[in-house]
Design a protein around this ligand. Structure first.
Ligand code: BTN
Length: 279
C-alpha cells in the first residue's frame, strides 16, 4: 500500500535506491536474468546502453542526464533527482520488421503504469508521446543497432516527468511544448522508486508477449487512449506536410490520415493538431 503523503511546499529529493529496485525486480522476475546500472549522472542512458557489448537484458537508470536525447534530434530536459530516465537494452533475435509497433506498445505500458499509480485520463499521441490534460508527461525513444539480420540491440528509452514542476528552472532547461508531471496529477507525493519499479515490472512482463504477438495484441489498448482520433491535424515528414483527419492506427502502428486524396499511412512524422481559428 502506498504511503499517501500530502504534497508539501518544500520538495525533498528521493534518490533512486539501487538495492530496493534490484531485489524487488529479481523477486518479480525470478527467471529473467538482467543487469541493472543506477548511475548518478550520464550523458544519456540510451547512449550508455547502445555502447554496451552485451547479450543480456540490461537496464540503466540515472539521476540526471547531461545530454538526454528526445525524438527527432531534440534534447530531453533531465535535471537531477526528480524525474525518471530509464533505458532497457533488449537483445532481439528476430527479423527487424517484427519490431514495428514496439515504441507504441511501450506507450501503452507507460500509460497503464501511470493509471495504476493513480494518474487519471492518460492519453497517447502518435507515435509515442504520453499526455495528461493536453500536456506531455512522458516520451519514448527506441534506438536499434543491427548486428546481423537476426540479432539487434534494441534500446528503449523512457523519460517520465515525476516532479519536474517542483524544481523546474526555465533558465537552465527549455521545453518547447506544454508539459506536466506526476506530482501535478496526483494528490500525494509520488515515489520515484515505486514508480520506477512498477514501470520496469510492466515493461519486462510485456516484452515476451510483444515478441510473440507483435503490436496486434496492443492495438486496441492504444486506440482506447488515442488523443488524435478524428482530430484535424498537420503531418510533417522530411519530404512533405499534409493536412487531414486522423482515423486511427493500423496493425503495424502506422498513423492513418484521411486526406482529400484518400487515406494516407505514416510510419514516422511529426503531428500537430489544427485548432480552429477564432473569428
Ligand atoms: C521524446 O522526444 O519524446 C522521447 C524522449 C525520451 C527520453 C528518454 S530519457 C531516458 C532515455 N535516454 C535518453 O537519452 N532519452 C531517453
Amino acid at each position: 500500500m502506498r504511503d499517501q503523503q500530502p504534497l508539501s511546499h518544500t520538495h525533498t529529493t528521493e534518490l533512486l535506491d539501487a538495492n530496493f529496485l534490484e531485489s524487488l525486480l529479481r523477486q518479480a522476475l525470478p527467471h529473467k536474468p538482467f543487469v541493472l546500472d543506477v548511475l548518478p549522472t550520464v550523458d544519456s542512458t540510451n547512449r550508455y546502453l547502445l555502447e554496451k557489448n552485451s547479450d543480456d537484458l540490461h537496464i540503466c537508470l540515472a539521476e540526471q542526464q547531461t545530454a538526454g536525447r528526445g525524438r527527432q534530434g531534440k534534447t530531453w530536459a533531465s535535471p537531477f533527482g526528480i524525474n525518471l530516465y530509464c533505458s532497457v537494452l533488449w537483445p532481439f533475435t528476430k527479423n527487424i520488421t517484427q519490431l514495428a509497433g514496439l515504441s507504441l506498445t511501450l506507450g501503452v505500458v507507460v500509460a497503464n503504469t501511470l493509471e495504476e499509480y493513480g494518474v487519471s485520463s492518460v492519453g497517447l499521441k502518435w507515435p509515442n508521446d504520453i499526455f495528461c490534460e493536453n500536456k506531455k508527461i512522458a516520451g519514448i525513444l527506441v534506438e536499434v543497432v543491427s548486428e546481423h539480420t537476426h540479432f539487434h540491440k534494441v534500446v528503449m528509452g523512457i523519460g517520465l516527468n515525476i516532479a519536474l514542476s517542483k524544481t523546474f528552472d526555465a533558465t537552465t532547461f527549455t521545453i518547447d511544448q506544454p508539459w506536466t508531471d506526476v506530482a501535478s496529477q496526483v494528490a500525494f507525493k509520488p515515489s520515484r522508486n515505486e514508480l520506477t519499479l512498477q514501470l520496469l515490472k510492466n515493461v519486462l512482463h510485456t516484452l515476451p508477449l510483444f515478441e510473440q504477438t507483435g503490436f496486434s495484441a496492443f492495438q486496441q489498448d492504444w486506440l482506447n487512449k488515442d488523443i488524435l482520433l478524428n482530430q484535424s491535424i498537420s503531418v510533417k515528414t522530411q519530404k512533405t506536410a499534409i493536412d487531414g483527419i486522423v482515423r486511427g492506427i493500423d496493425e503495424g502502428g502506422h498513423l492513418i490520415v484521411e486526406t482529400p486524396e484518400g487515406l494516407r499511412y505514416f510510419s514516422s512524422a511529426d503531428v500537430s493538431i489544427n485548432h480552429p481559428r477564432s473569428t
